[in-house]
Write a protein that binds this ligand. Structure first.
Ligand code: COI
Length: 354
């Protein structure tokens, strides 16, 4: 498939002060779009000026949430060049989400080339200061106008770009996490592993209640026993417990995080034993009280490596360590971002230049 580039007629004002960048509120000048029709496949791939879509009010995505998305980042390197972090892994996950949601897969190599071309054209938008990056959001939506519940015969796939700062407004301050015993995010056999908007919509009620009580994020327990840790709102979670790394296993209910995978590789290289198993809420409470729970941190593209300072379950709040960022969390943050920003060698070839 050819990729057409539609010329820009107007440019948005540029970022004047990168320290004002927050997560996901500004968008660049251009976007990538392609369309799908049953019988024809993907077609009309183009990079166009960033603009709203016209959607039929009956479009399936608006009624039954047939939608998937991804999140990855482009980083500015010390020599001024721009690189993407593990883009093919995100594209392959996009295709796995597409399968689960009965949507057409994309050609990974074509999609990667289109993404790189878009970022290349928008390279001026990749910010330069520490902790900033260009967030890349591939998305696919069902566009057939029909009210019957069925997979759409028409789709739109697009990529938008957003120059971002830290995901949490507190920056790198340890986050306060509320453990929900009332709501669940996903159940075995459901769509928890797919990156689909409905999973996030379903998380909003708990997130809103947590925010009203002063918490930053919700930690989800498993739907069956309501006892074992699954993941946090926008990140996977890892614990340093008795000197070992414990993180929830991939069993279909949590997201197979690319940052999670990268961090597991890094901790293995640092010599830590890894247990991919479900940590129970009792172990968190007991471990925090006894000091066996040494550190906890979230991992995600948006969240990077985020220290957890405390957990609250029902009426009990426990601090992790002394509530401050742990040494390992800091080391992992520095190593991961060092590789991403090109300050450290990249022995796993995770970084892809444009
Ligand atoms: C990401 O980390 O890229 C995510 O997709 C999380 C998010 C929903 C902001």
């Amino acid at each position: 498939m050819d990729l057409q580039v539609v010329p820009l007629t107007e440019r948005k004002p540029h970022i004047e002060d990168e320290s004002t960048l927050v997560f996901g509120k500004r968008f660049t000048d251009r976007m990538f779009i392609m369309e799908y029709d049953a019988g024809q496949g993907w077609h009309s791939a183009r990079i166009t000026p960033y603009a709203p879509f016209v959607l039929d009010p009956a479009a399936l995505v608006l009624h039954y949430s047939q939608e998937i998305f991804e999140g990855l980042k482009a980083f500015r390197r010390p020599d001024g060049s721009v690189a993407l972090f593990r883009p093919l892994d995100n594209i392959l996950r996009f295709n796995r989400s597409a399968w689960r949601m009965c949507m057409p897969e994309v050609d990974p190599q074509f999609f990667l080339q289109a993404m790189k071309e878009l970022v290349r054209l928008e390279a001026d938008w990749v910010p330069r200061s520490e902790g900033t990056s260009l967030y890349i959001r591939p998305t696919m939506i069902a566009t057939e106008p029909v009210l019957g519940v069925k997979p759409s015969s028409k789709y739109l796939c697009y990529i938008i770009l957003s120059p971002v700062g830290a995901y949490y407004s507190g920056g790198f301050k340890p986050v306060k996490i509320w453990i929900s015993d009332q709501y669940v995010r996903s159940a075995p056999g459901g769509t928890g592993e797919a990156k689909t908007g409905g999973n996030y919509a379903a998380s909003l009620r708990a997130a809103m209640e947590a925010a009203a009580k002063g918490f930053d994020q919700v930690l989800w327990l498993d739907a069956v026993h309501r006892k074992y840790v699954e993941e946090v709102g926008s990140m996977n979670i890892c614990f340093l417990y008795d000197g070992k790394i414990i993180t929830s296993p991939l069993g279909g209910t949590i997201l197979d995080g690319i940052t999670r995978r990268s961090i597991l590789t890094l901790v293995r290289e640092l010599g830590y034993e890894i247990e991919e198993r479900a940590l129970s809420i009792d172990e968190i409470i007991e471990g925090a009280a006894s000091g066996r729970l040494q550190e906890a941190f979230g991992t995600g593209t948006a969240a990077v490596v985020s220290p957890v300072g405390q957990f609250t379950f029902q009426d009990r709040t426990v601090l992790v360590g002394n509530g401050e960022m742990g040494e390992l969390t800091m080391k992992l943050y520095q190593t991961l971002t060092g590789i991403q920003y090109g300050r450290l060698p990249d022995p796993h070839a995770w970084v892809e230049t444009l």
